[in-house]
Design a binder for this molecule. Structure first.
Ligand SMILES: [Zn+2]
Length: 339
């Protein structure tokens, strides 16, 4: 019993150290990769961090034709995960969907200080690249945005929850789970009855992407398939890459990168360049990695954020892991028409 208590304590302290490190990093703008210092009588293990943008560039340079990547870490049991089975995860019926719509006893509170979506938007010759960040609990959207700006990100955009009360196109921030009246982001059918989105998971064993993807496959009108470290060619389908790594004290625990064709006005996604990146740096205490993975998969299917604080698509990482609430209804509705 004493041993159990003893082993619990350091983990709590580590959690506090991590939270402190965020604030220090945000305050010290731009020096997230500070060298470890070894003092007399103390041993400091240098912590290697990687740049998520460099990681993706490395992937593009070294991936094999089937989408596998030599740099992928040990996946543990995920390597045994089959392609998502439609039999194991059958589509929710209309009746089941209707039953999930209710929000008994829940009231959406609008707090623009906390409920704000932090994104970076980069426009290149070929594409508009939108990155949406999921703050670690305790980091406000404004702190996160300030940190991103300090790290050299231009075009940081903060969209407040209060903006979602209007249907003005500029307020919708590339799709919202709050309402389908906003301009939406969507995958084209490309000749399939439902759009097919394959998730090519290159993330480590602690990230349950193999559990997150099949959850979303229960939603009617769009198919979400899981693959470990591969994505074989399939006409009309596309691949979303999933990575993890120690990205350091960035203030965010998950990031979804979505791309649109240059000059696009319809909201249709580009067919390539989409990815999810999951930050190993933060030890889960007041959130779960299942929540983060499920949240980011929801984004790459077309959903935005949800104002309900116990929702898997809430603005801040939390412990909710099921896709319930409005999300299945919204997503099924988004893909109820063929485009
Ligand atoms: Zn998000």
């Amino acid at each position: 019993m004493l041993e159990a208590q003893g082993s619990e304590r350091p983990r709590r302290l580590l959690g506090m150290a991590a939270a402190t490190a965020v604030l220090v990093s945000l305050a010290m703008a731009g020096s997230a990769h500070a060298d470890a210092v070894t003092g007399a009588g103390a041993t400091v293990t240098p912590t290697t961090t990687i740049d998520p943008d460099q990681q993706y560039a490395d992937y593009l340079a070294t991936r094999r034709p089937d989408g596998s990547w030599p740099g992928a870490p040990d996946p543990g049991v995920k390597a045994k995960s089959p392609v998502t089975s439609l039999h194991t995860y059958p589509k929710l019926t209309d009746r089941q969907l209707a039953g999930m719509r209710g929000r008994t006893g829940e009231v959406a509170t609008i707090d623009p200080a906390v409920q704000a979506t932090v994104q970076t938007v980069r426009v290149t010759k070929d594409a508009t690249i939108v990155q949406t960040y999921l703050p670690v609990p305790g980091v406000t959207p404004d702190q996160l945005a300030a940190g991103l700006r300090a790290q050299g990100h231009g075009d940081v955009r903060v969209t407040r929850s209060s903006d979602f009360s209007t249907t003005a196109p500029s307020s919708c921030s590339y799709g919202s789970a709050r309402t389908v009246t906003c301009p939406v982001s969507f995958w084209r059918n490309n000749g399939h009855e439902d759009p097919i989105v394959r998730f090519n998971d290159h993330s480590g064993s602690s990230w349950p992407v193999s559990k997150a993807v099949p959850k979303w496959n229960q939603v009617a009108n769009i198919d979400s398939w899981y693959y470990w470290n591969s994505c074989p060619s399939l006409a009309g389908a596309r691949c979303v890459d999933v990575f993890s790594g120690n990205y350091g004290a960035t203030g965010w625990v998950g990031r979804a990168t979505r791309t649109y064709p240059s000059g696009a006005t319809s909201g249709a996604f580009a067919e390539s360049g989409h990815r999810i990146q999951l930050n190993d740096y933060y030890s889960p205490t007041t959130f779960t990695r299942n929540n983060v993975a499920t949240h980011e998969v929801g984004h790459t299917l077309g959903l935005g954020h949800n104002v309900f604080s116990n929702d898997v698509l809430y603005y801040v990482a939390n412990t909710r892991e099921d896709i319930g609430g409005e999300n299945p209804v919204l997503l099924a509705g988004l893909y109820s028409i063929t485009r």
